[in-house]
Design a protein around this ligand. Structure first.
Ligand code: HEM
Length: 126
């Protein structure tokens, strides 16, 4: 059984980075959440999320070294995130997982993690 901390080992760092690249290809043109991201730093956004996932899934800790403690809720406060934005993020990530061919076994660990973190990012009363 794969755990969160062994995901990087199972999926591979290159695959995780390919997943995030596929995700941002979608985010860039997304009508709901695309405009939240800094338009002149797509490479930076991609690196931050990829480094975070690699670290969180048990791989190298580059994210911690460069960004410190994630403080994800605080770092998402500048953006208005409600149910629709949460669901859209998860939809785009799900599509990216299928595009990259994340295995069923790995997806069973990743999907609940993404769902839990995305729900924690909601900061708009509805
Ligand atoms: C719920 C919907 C979400 C929205 C609308 C959203 C939106 C954003 C935006 C606009 C940024 C700024 C881009 C940047 O400068 O890096 C960002 C950063 C980030 N997001 Fe999200 N996000 C969501 C969920 C998530 C989830 C579920 C995760 C992790 C599983 C995540 C992880 C990150 C990370 C690691 C960063 C960079 C933090 C930093 O070091 O500055 N986000 N997000």
């Amino acid at each position: 059984m794969i755990s969160l901390e062994t995901l990087c080992q199972h999926v591979g760092e290159a695959q995780l980075r390919a997943l995030v690249a596929a995700f941002y290809r979608r985010v860039k043109t997304d009508e709901l959440i695309g405009s939240m991201y800094p338009p002149d730093d797509w490479e930076g956004s991609e690196k931050r999320l990829a480094d975070f996932l690699v670290y969180r899934f048990g791989g190298p800790q580059t994210y911690l070294e460069e960004r410190g403690h994630p403080r994800l809720r605080g770092r998402h406060m500048p953006f208005s995130i409600g149910l629709a934005e949460r669901d859209q993020w998860l939809t785009l990530m799900g599509e990216s997982m299928r595009e990259i061919g994340i295995t069923q076994e790995a997806a069973e660990v990743m999907i609940p993690f993404f769902a839990q973190v995305a729900d924690m990012m909601r900061n708009r009363a509805e």
